[in-house]
Design a protein around this ligand. Sequence first.
Ligand SMILES: NC(=O)c1ccc[n+]([C@@H]2O[C@H](COP(=O)([O-])OP(=O)(O)OC[C@H]3O[C@@H](n4cnc5c(N)ncnc54)[C@H](OP(=O)(O)O)[C@@H]3O)[C@@H](O)[C@H]2O)c1
Length: 297
Amino acid sequence: MTGVLVTGGTGKTGRTLTELLRGSGVPVRVATRTPSVDDPDAVRFDWDDPASHAGALRGVDRVYLVPPPLTTDPLPQVGPFLAAAERAGVRRVVLLGSAIVLPNAPGALELAAQVRARPGWAVLRASGFMQNFLAPHPMGERIRRHGEIRTAAGDGRVGWIDARDIAAAAAALLTDPDLPSDDAPGAGSDHLLTGPKALSYRDAATIISAQTGRPVRVQLVGVDEAVRGLRASGMPAQLADALAAVDARLGAGKEDHVSTAVLELTGRPPRTFAEFVRDHATEWVDPGAPEGRPRHS
Ligand SMILES: NC(=O)c1ccc[n+]([C@@H]2O[C@H](COP(=O)([O-])OP(=O)(O)OC[C@H]3O[C@@H](n4cnc5c(N)ncnc54)[C@H](OP(=O)(O)O)[C@@H]3O)[C@@H](O)[C@H]2O)c1
């Protein structure tokens, strides 16, 4: 193998993936809109600037694909990129997809289908990230500022996954030496990635409170109010509508799944929510509390 282009290379999964690949001696190119001069592996890459794509693809034969964020239709940008990747000799793409399908986003499903159709390529259908409970995600920001989670999901449960375990699964697939030939029969693979246990927002809040001393309450709201809250956080309206509708699906128990894929791909069980909280315990400190101590309200 020649190297891996890590799109979203500065993001939650991409950053950890880059560390893991470097640790295995794999050459990496870290795609970002703002490459640092201090990182010789950083390469300028912008989904909105197709002219940046060919340069980023130079010298790699594998790609970790994080689709453009904040859009419900990634295909207009990702389709031409995948065609350019194939022309450049890329033999494996690992797509970060989602277990939870947004109701108004058929383009995301179509992208996953296109990736899955190619021999040796892979789709990761990741469950909700544990990192959503941390700032700067709007939910994490609300917990940090107000000690509160607002949700329309009721007591619906999600198999929350630590983004570091998604990165580990991606690293396993991207460093697999076996690549099928271009004309091999069959299709790529599809992996539902979850944490070890499905938890409701109330379960998660209880664990954060118990481990950090910061009380976190759960305020159940209707879908309309959830939409208003997400829009007010600056999220594009279409995405806010879709995410609030997802809450309603969670509430109906439609995303209550766990899988063994992380263990199978990496040889290690996925991190528990309690481990995740322990590793980030200082990040929920109440900014209004004196000397950063938890404020019990
Ligand atoms: N959060 C969840 O629960 C969840 C669950 C399943 C799947 N996902 C999927 O995970 C993916 C990552 O989402 P995230 O919110 O966690 O983001 P993230 O990966 O932490 O950060 C976004 C990344 O995208 C890059 N980026 C932003 N705009 C870009 C552009 N115009 N061109 C090129 N790169 C750009 C950023 O790089 P620079 O700023 O350095 O350019 C950054 O590395 C999304 O596709 C989401 O659907 C999320």
